[in-house]
Design a protein around this ligand. Sequence first.
Ligand SMILES: Cc1cc2nc3c(=O)[nH]c(=O)nc-3n(C[C@H](O)[C@H](O)[C@H](O)COP(=O)(O)OP(=O)(O)OC[C@H]3O[C@@H](n4cnc5c(N)ncnc54)[C@H](O)[C@@H]3O)c2cc1C
Length: 85
Amino acid sequence: MCGTRRWPITEGSLKNGGWAAADKETLIQPKYPNIVCWAMVAGLPTSKTGAAIRIQAPIAAANLIALMEGKEPAESTMGTPRARS
Ligand SMILES: Cc1cc2nc3c(=O)[nH]c(=O)nc-3n(C[C@H](O)[C@H](O)[C@H](O)COP(=O)(O)OP(=O)(O)OC[C@H]3O[C@@H](n4cnc5c(N)ncnc54)[C@H](O)[C@@H]3O)c2cc1C
């Protein structure tokens, strides 16, 4: 977790709380697109619970793999693959 430490990847109204900024659909950090933020550490408009994290985990993994392969992130927390929405 980021805790109260200010990391360069935190921003916005959640900055002082130490949450890492993340796109709410792709979970990718807006300024640093090689970073995927999810679960307790991420500044997402979801509950900080296992239930929310269970949804985020496969999306984060798939999009991280896509980034590593030089592809566009295709998965979205909105429920439909981003490329087809
Ligand atoms: C008391 C309590 C009860 C809860 N009950 C529920 C519940 O009933 N249902 C539910 O869905 N959710 C519940 N939650 C929330 C749930 O526990 C969290 O949403 C979930 O654990 C967050 O997962 P995470 O992987 O993001 O973070 P964490 O589970 O906190 O994992 C982070 C890991 O990173 C490690 N770490 C930290 N700093 C470093 C470092 N510098 N280097 C290496 N490792 C590091 C930590 O040791 C830890 O293992 C509860 C939380 C609490 C506190």
